[in-house]
Unconditional design. Structure first.
Length: 133
């Protein structure tokens, strides 16, 4: 039982580290750019609007967390980074993009004038967004 708690504690710490680094705008920018490969060039920080210190600090954090790695002269997602990008970051970006529609659905739900089924049918007819039930 103690071993299980220690493993879960380490897992929570690792997850917290990943979320912490990705919560920083400049780190998320680098992470998103690394999907297609980010060339390791001296002018890269300026090209993406970061100071050299910001760029190299975040780059090191992303590498240390195992999200990106250097392959030749290019930084790219690791397997973990690719999975997190595909299954979590892209979905989060899409949900944020649709936040206005979600607020509208929440407003409809609060009125209690419409059933969940009626709201779901309305959403299906008016948007491509997949909304939680």
């Amino acid at each position: 039982m103690v071993m299980n708690t220690v493993l879960e504690h380490e897992l929570v710490n690792r997850t917290t580290d990943l979320l912490s680094i990705l919560s920083k705008k400049d780190a998320l920018t680098i992470f998103l750019l690394a999907k297609d490969g980010l060339k390791a060039q001296t002018d890269t920080p300026q090209k993406i609007g970061l100071t050299r210190k910001q760029y190299y600090t975040r780059l090191k954090q992303l590498v240390d967390c195992g999200l990106i790695d250097k392959y030749g002269d290019t930084y790219q997602h690791t397997t973990l980074g690719a999975i997190i990008h595909q299954e979590h970051v892209l979905q989060l970006l899409e949900h944020v993009r649709n936040v206005k529609q979600m607020k509208m659905v929440d407003a409809l739900k609060r009125t209690r004038q419409f059933s969940e089924d009626d709201i779901a049918k309305f959403v299906d007819k008016t948007t491509d967004a997949v909304l939680p039930t």
